[in-house]
Design a protein around this ligand. Sequence first.
Ligand SMILES: *Cc1c(COP(=O)(O)O)cnc(C)c1O
Length: 384
Amino acid sequence: MRFFYICSECGRDFDIRPDLMVCPYCSKKQEKNKPLRGILDVEFDGKLRKEFDIYDLLPVEKKYFPSIPVGNTPLWKPVILRKKLAFPNLYLKDDTLNPTGSLKDRASYLIAAFALKHGIKNVVVASTGNAASSMAGVGAAAGIKVTIFMPKTAPRAKMVQSLQYGAEVIQIDGDYNRAYDLSLEYTKNKGGLNRNTAYNPLTIEGKKTVAIEVYQQLKNVPDCLFVPVGDGVILGGVYKGFRDLLTLGFIDKIPIIYAIQAEGSSTIYKAFEKGEFVAPQKSKTIADSISVDVPRNGYYVLKQLKKYNGRCVTVSDEDILKAQKELASSAGLFSEPAASASLAGFLKVKNEIKKDSTVVLLITGNGLKDIDSAMRGLRLKDYL
Ligand SMILES: *Cc1c(COP(=O)(O)O)cnc(C)c1O
């Protein structure tokens, strides 16, 4: 296999190298407070056997990946929840079982391997929580120094996690945008590989493994898959994984993907309805991991959603907290609010989905990461 970058806007191709993040041509069109321009996609030349090793589809050789066991998370049947909802083919893809407790590990894992391959000793990331604790943990396993720019408002557990893993945490008196800018300044002046979500194309590529695993576990594609969406990098990764399988001829359709956003952070939803990105609003939702003002991967995922007949749905904070409690108490899976949005979204639209459909809810992060929000959910009364 030969891997290279292709600009998702202009289609120019480039070699994969550590100093290239966005298309040098399309990024010139970058506007303030808008999603990133010139996002790069990883493409490949070559063929694979049907029983391929997932590493064969990643742009870094297997020998460079650190020894920490990322991915390979269970896809399982929540029997009681299935009965309660009358969806006999409902599945949970439990990515809370990644080493640091979130799906972000899939991206950190590929970034760490890439850094090791190129002899890069430090990785820098701006994050409100999970990307930070994930890079810190996977970085620790890889022997890489991790520097984090994190707003002071991040949930405490995610900060403590990052510090335990030995990362340098620089707390910012400001929002994610500020942390993002400071992290770019830092890599420009001091070097190191930047892992900012969407900006580093390998973050999208790393997350595609979740879609490929779902295909391998079901031995088919599901009819629909629910994904919580903030910046849209998980969503982009999910589409990328299925697209790779389509390119290789292993599947003949892309599932219907439901992008679930919080009402208080729904820029992609609004763009999906209106056809264009308007000025962002200050986001406000209990689900911190999907709380973003400017969805960095917005243009990329909007195109994918349109092309593959995807859907976009918003859910309220109350819907999210109820879904969190429901998932924990009916399935035994305690997920953080952002991750619970998958179930909240499904509950909102399930009447339009055929009962015998194969439905996968992607559960992206562990509930213990933010127990203050979970406490609020316990005070609500009516669940299903
Ligand atoms: C990051 C994250 C998301 C959203 O991912 P995006 O790529 O920002 O859309 C959802 N759930 C959890 C737990 C996350 O950490």
